[in-house]
Design a protein around this ligand. Structure first.
Ligand code: KQY
Length: 365
């Protein structure tokens, strides 16, 4: 699996609408998703899968350069139900279709049913005519990050949670990661971000900025429940080496102040049995780390918070080769995730495909 920071052929997303997760029938979230799609489209092509009843609305709201395709789904988390794109030894792009069970199935999943989401990865791969590898593991894309050089980051809290693969040992899960992602080393961080409803997806806590270099969600406030989680992750990463035996450089990105659901926001969400409730005063798992790399850019969530500026400047310093773009993302956070969770990169194949494409273009009159 290439690192997300490597070149992309494009980005895949889904369109939000379910009223028991997105307030006001999904309208504010749709505006936020459109802003993300528009920002990414400045750097690379974007495709959005949309349920049939929202097709006209999505086409109306999204800019013309964003490709809109009909794709039935239960909710809008392409990172988690979409394919994980990999590149084989010949340089061909392939897709891994993990088992999706809505972040914990009937044990602690976030909604039921999830059958449409479970079919999304295959549909994306059919559209792109990419061969699909069916993996016998419950896993969402937000629970892994790779450096493209043999190292995978994940959390024990998530991949060992009872709702995912209770019949597999840690070693068996690691063996699947090694096989399907072609990694040699899995770094098991103990826990993710406080109150992350995915049971601690790593993509909200830390990510590779490039091989050997990691950005980590941080707070200096020892009374914040996030402090212990970030500290143990920091200590773990500082003591670790990657697949090539390198020590890791870890950069702390200070989190926003706790983001709490307001009464108005809570009232806008339909109450349906079996779906995660959204109560006033509940803290959401806000994190600047939940950003998305695209070709030449990094699209970073902002929260109208005093720390927004520092986070954007620090990431820009750490990523001088990219344009860092902040997008107001409270409405995405209110649904339980953020910009990284709603996007999925499709990489270029290795040299062969790019050379073929270039020579074809060169010969076309
Ligand atoms: O990857 C994510 N953070 C997705 C969260 C899903 C939340 C569903 N309500």
């Amino acid at each position: 699996m290439p690192g997300e920071f490597e070149p992309h052929r494009g980005t895949w997303m889904l369109w939000p609408q379910r009223p028991d997760n997105w307030r006001n029938g999904g309208k504010p979230a749709q505006v936020a998703f459109a802003a993300v799609a528009n920002a990414i489209a400045h750097f690379e092509s974007v495709t959005i899968g949309v349920n049939p009843d929202q097709l006209a609305n999505a086409r109306h709201i999204l800019p013309p350069q964003v490709r809109v395709v009909e794709m039935a789904n239960n909710d809008a988390w392409m990172r988690d139900c979409g394919p994980t794109f990999v590149v084989n030894g010949q340089g061909d792009v392939r897709g891994v279709d993990w088992i999706f069970n809505a972040w914990g199935g009937l044990i602690n999943g976030l909604y039921f049913p999830w059958d449409l989401d479970a079919a999304v990865a295959q549909k994306v791969l059919e559209i792109e005519r990419i061969v699909c590898y069916k993996a016998p593991l419950v896993l969402e894309g937000g629970s892994i990050h790779v450096d493209g050089q043999g190292t995978c980051l994940t959390t024990e809290e998530c991949l060992l949670s009872p709702g995912r693969n209770p019949d597999l040992t840690k070693d068996q899960i690691e063996a699947h990661l090694k096989e399907y992602l072609n990694v040699e080393k899995v770094l098991w961080i103990p826990r993710g971000v406080y109150r992350d409803e995915t049971s601690g997806h790593v993509d909200n806590l830390c990510c590779f900025l490039r091989p050997g270099v990691i950005a980590l969600a941080w707070t200096d406030d020892r009374s914040d429940p996030q402090y212990d989680r970030s500290s143990e992750a920091y200590d773990f990463l500082m003591a670790a080496t990657d697949a090539l035996g390198r020590r890791l450089e870890v950069h702390k990105i200070h989190q926003p102040q706790p983001v709490l659901i307001s009464s108005e926001e809570s009232e806008g969400v339909d109450v349906i049995e079996g779906t995660t409730p959204r109560q006033p005063g509940d803290r959401m798992a806000a994190s600047y780390i939940n950003f998305y790399f695209c070709n030449g850019g990094a699209i970073v969530p902002t929260f109208n918070d005093p720390n927004d500026r520092a986070a954007l400047y620090k990431l820009q310093d750490l990523l001088p080769e990219r344009q860092v773009v902040g997008i107001p993302a409270r409405e995405i956070l209110l649904g339980g995730g953020n910009i990284h969770c709603i996007t999925q990169q499709q990489p270029f194949g290795k040299l062969k495909q790019r050379v073929l494409t270039t020579s074809f273009i060169a010969k076309t009159p």
